[in-house]
Design a protein around this ligand. Structure first.
Ligand code: HEM
Length: 199
């Protein structure tokens, strides 16, 4: 299950953690590395400058968090997701038949919740992540281990933050579970109706 960590994989992972679009135009949004892509494993042509000065890559717990994220992305085909809207957000079920993947997803959710609590953002060049971390005080992320996975409940009393929560759950996590690294290397569009300046 644990794939060999090649330099290519490390570069892809750095891109997934940051998910930036160097020039911000439409074509580079689709291909932020300036050239990809096979099914799951992107091919790097050059190391982008932004990757060298990535604040995401340092700090407490980064290596552990990276390991779980890499495990999830490379095992994405073994992951099932269900997302249900509830009044102030979402309830999600993330499951797998593979016990090691179950462990990875449970660990990941705990690690990400801890990042909220420590205010230690990740993937800050993805606008949805940036806004979620900026509004972290207005959201509540709780979870419960269930057989074969985890149930997460992510809510907010602020309708603008609810938009972000739903966008993250469906347009990022569920798509990453479907597509793996290929999806993680692309940023996530802000949801329709979201005003980035909302306080
Ligand atoms: C197949 C890949 C992935 C899976 C299965 C996964 C799974 C999850 C789950 C179950 C949650 C709880 C909230 C929810 O269910 O919607 C979550 C939250 C989170 N994940 Fe992931 N994740 C994946 C990839 C990533 C990547 C690549 C990153 C960042 C580099 C990331 C960062 C986060 C953060 C920051 C949260 C907390 C924020 C929030 O819930 O809004 N995840 N993830």
């Amino acid at each position: 299950m644990d794939p060999k960590t090649s330099p290519t994989m490390l570069l892809a992972l750095a891109a997934a953690l940051s998910a930036c679009s160097p020039s911000g135009d439409e074509s580079s949004r689709e291909m932020p590395m300036g050239g990809m892509m096979s099914d799951d494993m992107p091919m790097m042509e050059r190391m982008p400058e932004w990757m060298m000065s990535n604040e995401d890559m340092s700090g407490a717990g980064m290596m552990q968090d990276m390991r779980s994220i890499q495990g999830l992305l490379t095992n994405h085909e073994k992951i099932e997701r269900r997302v249900e809207n509830i009044p102030n957000g979402v309830r999600t079920l993330t499951t797998s038949d593979d016990p090691e993947v179950v462990q990875l997803v449970r660990t990941h959710v705990r690690q990400m919740k801890a990042r909220y609590e420590r205010d230690q953002p990740i993937r800050m060049m993805d606008p949805v992540f940036r806004e979620l971390f900026r509004n972290r005080d207005k959201a509540s992320l709780t979870y419960e281990d269930i057989p074969g996975g985890i149930r997460a409940t992510h809510t907010s009393d602020d309708p603008q933050v609810v938009l972000l929560i739903r966008q993250h759950a469906r347009q990022f996590v569920s798509e990453a579970a479907e597509q793996g690294m290929r999806r993680a290397m692309r940023p996530t569009e802000l949801p329709e109706g979201y005003h980035a300046d909302a306080e």
